[in-house]
Design a binder for this molecule. Structure first.
Ligand SMILES: *Cc1c(COP(=O)(O)O)cnc(C)c1O
Length: 394
């Protein structure tokens, strides 16, 4: 057994050795500024353009529709803020979902404080956006729809194509945060009517601090970072050459094996889910079983507190994540779990385990045994569980 069983791949992933190999020359001897005119610079620029091509191809975009950024958060901020400020004379209404990543949610809330009106469209009990509610939310002053492609907590994959069609038929810009989906599920920006899309390298075994925004050619968002003429004058700053090269290599490795990986990963994920649901009483799967990211398992255990569970499994060498925002110092349960209709006490007892190609069956077996022990131990100490036993609920 390795020192750590890493089941937090939705938070970040391990850098693939092949990716590091590709990056290494650009961290050492190939250090030129890609904007420099000399051939040394041109060589670094060519490497960046190669990455751009690979990434564009992966979502059926054109090379010049890809803009490198510092990651998913920057891409989300850029897409939403620039679209809002550029179109504010047409209207100040934005539609998003109730299950966005913080990078989208907080950006929308920032805009709300600046005079924009935001509608958060609800989801069903599996976390799938209600298209009727989306249609009904559209107003003459709606300028942007932004919906997460696949959710980072419960893994639900959205009907993006349908949303894109709705947005396009009304002349509304459509942005999707595809950070969790990119590299894991096939994406086609043309077929899916996507105008703006965010992705990030470190969620696909690439380096941290590099991402991209896809911007459809007829849409020219104003820059958010002003300065030099980089990225066709839309995003200033010397290019992160090693990061971009690593991002390209990581994307290339996904592209070559996406289907196979998804099948393998889905098998492992289902094995984990099935064993837990079968062997641990009062557990339930959150999110949709089918329309789901291959590596995501999110499970609620009744009569248990997520943070305690997380700490105890951590002591057993397992890195997972919980549905509560304890990292931010608040004990509010996740907005995503509340949006799918979970009551507070059940949302509190949730654990997210996200797998990768590196996850082994042995690790999953160890995890299930550890969970069984931890859950039994916590329930033995739980007054809620004691009451439930007394009242013959369990
Ligand atoms: C990780 C993540 C982000 C943030 O990306 P960074 O590159 O870490 O800034 C945004 N959205 C989703 C859905 C994510 O999972």
């Amino acid at each position: 057994m390795p020192d750590i069983i890493y089941l937090d791949n939705a938070a970040t992933t391990r850098l693939r050795p092949e990716v590091l190999d590709a990056m290494m020359p650009y961290l050492t001897e190939k250090y030129a500024n890609p904007s420099s005119i000399h051939s040394f610079g041109a060589e670094c620029n060519a490497a960046c353009e190669e990455s751009r091509k690979t990434i564009a191809k992966m979502i059926n975009a054109k090379d010049n529709e890809i803009y490198f950024t510092s990651g998913g958060s920057e891409s989300d901020n850029w897409a939403i803020k620039s679209a809002a400020y550029m179109r504010k004379d047409k209207g100040k209404h934005i539609i998003t979902s109730a299950i966005e990543h913080h990078a989208v949610m907080e950006t929308c809330e920032f805009l709300a404080r600046d005079g924009f009106e935001i509608t958060f469209v609800g989801v069903d009990d599996k976390g799938i956006l209600k298209l009727d509610e989306l249609k009904a939310a559209i107003r003459p002053d709606t300028i942007l729809i932004s919906v997460i492609y696949a959710n980072n907590e419960i893994g639900t994959i959205q009907p993006i194509k349908e949303m894109g069609e709705i947005a396009r038929s009304k002349g509304i810009l459509f942005h999707t945060d595809a950070v969790q989906a990119f590299g894991h599920v096939p994406i086609d920006v043309e077929k899916e009517n996507i105008d703006l899309l965010s992705a990030s390298a470190h969620k696909i075994h690439g380096p941290k601090g590099i991402g991209m925004l896809y911007m459809k050619n007829n849409i020219k968002l104003t820059p958010m970072i002003h300065g030099g003429p980089h990225e066709r004058r839309r995003r200033a700053g010397t290019l992160n050459v090693p990061g971009i090269v690593g991002f390209g290599r990581a994307a290339e490795l996904c592209r070559g094996s996406m289907e196979e990986c998804a099948v393998e990963l889905t098998k492992k994920r289902n094995y984990l889910i099935d064993r837990i649901l079968k062997e641990i009483p009062h557990s339930r799967l959150n999110g949709d079983r089918e329309k789901r990211l291959p590596g995501n398992a999110n499970i609620s255990f009744r009569y248990i507190e997520g943070e305690s569970m997380l700490m105890l499994v951590d002591m057993k060498g397992i890195a997972a994540s919980t549905g509560s925002a304890c990292a931010s110092g608040s004990l509010d349960p996740s907005h995503v779990l509340l949006a799918i209709g979970l009551p507070h006490e059940i949302a509190h007892g949730s654990l997210r385990m996200t797998l990768s190609d590196y996850t082994t069956k042995e690790e999953l077996d160890y995890t299930v045994e550890a969970l069984k022990e931890v859950v039994a131990r916590l329930r033995a100490m739980s007054p809620l569980y004691e009451d439930a036993v007394k009242n013959k609920e369990v």
